[in-house]
Write a protein that binds this ligand. Structure first.
Ligand SMILES: C[S@@+](CC[C@H](N)C(=O)[O-])C[C@H]1O[C@@H](n2cnc3c(N)ncnc32)[C@H](O)[C@@H]1O
Length: 195
């Protein structure tokens, strides 16, 4: 396998970018939720949300959090548990372009959850337009350069309408990538490919 060059953006297609069965996509996203857990990927988002929640402590309305490219939905489920524990009122909306990702997220979510799952892009999701908080984790590498510029501008605008201009973008790191490669190749039955 060729060494990845981290000095510039890699234009690599992933299995989930192409036509892919529901089962393959679900398994990829479920594997990814394990990687998120193992690499403590939720931590920056949760630490940042703590600060947002503190700043909003006097607000009487629920904090509306939109996860763009929610995939398997594990981040929002984590946020829902955190909010419940903290006694914080939240409205959680997961948006994903891929209907099969939304299907997998719904199936992985317990019946008692209030998370709303939406198929589509962020721009056409009415509920996302007045978000307090927009998060997007491991998503922008799926976007072309110009699309990233458009998305960031949209996220800033959407979050500002809701009273917060903060946008949390989780980044990929060399160590995460290496661990991901090991897991993808070592795990039996993994449907994830990095070539
Ligand atoms: C690698 S997964 C990441 C899932 C999840 N956010 C996580 O951290 O595990 C990327 C997800 O982003 C979705 N996606 C890519 N471009 C998107 C866009 N423009 N709008 C909404 N979803 C998008 C894909 O369908 C996929 O489910």
């Amino acid at each position: 396998m060729a060494e990845l060059d981290f000095s510039r953006r890699a234009e690599l297609e992933e299995l989930i970018d192409g036509p892919c069965s529901y089962e393959d996509l679900r398994d990829c996203l479920r594997d990814l939720s394990w990687v998120n857990r193992l690499t403590l990927a939720y931590r920056p988002t949760m630490e940042w949300l703590e600060r947002v929640a503190d700043a909003q402590a006097s607000s009487s309305s629920a904090l509306r959090i939109v996860d763009v490219g929610c995939g398997y939905g594990d981040t929002l489920r984590r946020i829902e548990r955190w909010a419940k524990k903290r006694g914080l009122a939240v409205e959680l909306i997961g948006v994903d372009l891929n209907a099969n990702a939304v299907r997998a997220a719904r199936k992985a979510t317990s019946a008692g959850s209030a998370i709303v799952w939406v198929v589509g892009d962020a721009y056409s999701c009415a509920a996302a337009a007045d978000a307090d908080v927009v998060i997007a984790s491991l998503v922008m590498h799926h976007m072309a350069e110009l699309e990233i510029v458009r998305f960031l501008a949209w996220a800033e605008h959407a979050a500002q309408l809701g009273g917060s201009s903060t946008t949390c973008i989780a980044r990929r790191f060399r160590t995460t990538c290496s661990a991901w490669r090991c897991g993808a190749h070592g795990g039996s039955g993994s449907s994830v490919r990095m070539e």
